[in-house]
Design a binder for this molecule. Structure first.
Ligand code: FES
Ligand code: FES
Length: 166
């Protein structure tokens, strides 16, 4: 095992782990960051969706070695201090969540979409492959459109701050 340092939700963290340990294991089991959820573990359900250098990833299939010296953002780091990200605000306004298990991944996927497609079409939104067993897809689409209409860029804005994780 060797040590890997990366920026997590605005703070540097260092973990000792096998090079091939999935980032999701590192986040949840070594660092106690439990927003990204474990579903399938093979990159399909997308419950774990987070951002690596601002782009969407599924940390269950990204080895920690690939994250060295890079920037990881989880749902815990999406808000700007006490100001929720526009996608989070829209999620609340549209009362999207049911059981909530898939929702961190859904929100991170939506934020990543809006970062490069600020005015998404229905097809763009439907291209999000995150699975929701509760079937909240209609409200997810409504919330993404509301966030887009807010005029704020749906980017991962929080580069500093956050809760200490190690
Ligand atoms: S846990 Fe299913 S995609 Fe990561
Ligand atoms: S809200 Fe229950 S799985 Fe999506």
């Amino acid at each position: 095992m060797r040590a890997y340092t990366f920026t997590l939700n605005g703070r540097p963290v260092t973990v000792r782990a096998p090079a091939d340990m999935p980032l999701l294991w590192v986040l949840r089991d070594l660092l106690g960051v439990t927003g990204p959820k474990y579903g399938c573990g093979v990159g399909v359900c997308r419950a774990c969706t987070s951002h690596l250098d601002g782009a969407e990833i599924q940390p269950c299939v990204v080895p920690v070695a690939d994250c060295a010296d890079r920037t990881v953002t989880t749902i815990e780091g999406l808000a700007d201090g006490d100001t929720l990200h526009p996608v989070q605000q829209a999620w609340l306004a549209c009362d999207v969540a049911q059981c909530g298990f898939c929702q961190p991944g859904q929100i991170m996927a939506a934020a990543a979409l809006l970062a490069h497609t600020p005015d998404p079409t229905d097809a763009d939104i439907d291209a999000i492959e995150n699975i929701c067993r509760c079937g909240t897809y209609a409200r997810i689409r409504e919330a993404i459109k509301q966030a887009a209409a807010s005029g704020e860029k749906g980017v991962s804005r929080r580069e500093v701050g956050g809760e200490p994780v190690s």
